[in-house]
Design a protein around this ligand. Sequence first.
Ligand SMILES: Nc1nc2c(ncn2[C@@H]2O[C@H](COP(=O)(O)OP(=O)(O)OP(=O)(O)O)[C@@H](O)[C@H]2O)c(=O)[nH]1
Ligand SMILES: [Mg+2]
Length: 361
Amino acid sequence: MINETFVASTPTEAYEQAEKKYGDATELTIVSAKQTKDESGEIRAEVVFAVPKTLFMEKSFGKKASPVQHQNNEEEMMLDEVTSMRKELEAMRSELTGEEAVVQEVKGLFLKKGIAPQWLDTVLDPLMGTPIAEDETLLVSYVLEEIDDRISVRDEMVGKPKVIMLVGPTGVGKTTTIAKLAARYAYLLDRPYRVALVNLDSYKVGAVEQLAHYADIMQIEHVSVSDPEDFKTQIAALESYDIVLVDTAGMSPYDTQKFVKTIEFIKSETVRDMEVHLVLAATVKYEDMEDIYKNFSFLNPDAVIVSKFDETKHFGTLLNFMLLYGLPMSYFSVGQEVPDDLLPASKEYLLERFIGDVHEG
Ligand SMILES: Nc1nc2c(ncn2[C@@H]2O[C@H](COP(=O)(O)OP(=O)(O)OP(=O)(O)O)[C@@H](O)[C@H]2O)c(=O)[nH]1
Ligand SMILES: [Mg+2]
């Protein structure tokens, strides 16, 4: 019920107004009636009727315009809208969670295999919201393709005369690789190339003998030099050789003195251009990788020779090195045997092993 007040000069008139509005006043109940004086002193009658709510709405505002109904409609519409928005949000959230779960899973897989999180983020972030991010198999293939795209191989260019210097941490296989390369160029390619060996390792006891031993077996020219001036002279003297392979002393990344000395050799402006190849063991530890790069990058390496390929099944850390520093790979050393265990670098060879490792989980 709604209390409605009718004001007129007499109670009867007030009643008549009510009747006029509601036609039949039988549904109305009189709540109160009183007489008052208005500001000008005239007598006024105020009759309050209790009117059924629906009747009041109908007669006051018309059926359609009923404010309550209107309000109800608005409320209902808003409620509907909120419900559908909530549903949409829930759907979006569950989509997002699904996608995020896939991306996290795949990221975790590659992290476990040694690939750096920063690199993975640069690859995975732009994929959010795309169908690739919803499918684990697709996403793994995508990341592998990205790795394939970003690593590179340096062409061997056998016909081009050159000086190749091998640098790297101690014991990674520089001297053994020099011997394998010498045999490859002298005997195993399309034609025999003229090969000479130069030894710069004046630190390690037996270093001269180690290289001389291989050179003697292969009947290859070899010399040892001790200072940059001598190096310049020897390189000039070996000008008629197609390939001059330069062996250096193994260096811990923290051995500044050896670095300075090697840089002096590299900068000694020899008559021929020189390529510097950094020898890195496939077994390199993730924690050591950054220091190795930081220090050896002073020597401006042109390529990386990966050694000890046969000593591990896990190539993630090595791949990570390639991805982060963008150096091309030139050769893979796959065992101790000279000359057999040397291959020109191949992305397929490396990726096949890495994929095998990834799929093993
Ligand atoms: N399993 C395996 N062993 C290797 C490989 N390459 C070299 N080695 C072995 O690693 C050891 C060290 O090899 P070197 O060639 O003397 O290494 P280096 O880098 O010249 O060492 P330093 O001159 O002392 O710095 C030797 O026992 C080699 O036979 C390889 O690809 N696989
Ligand atoms: Mg050596």
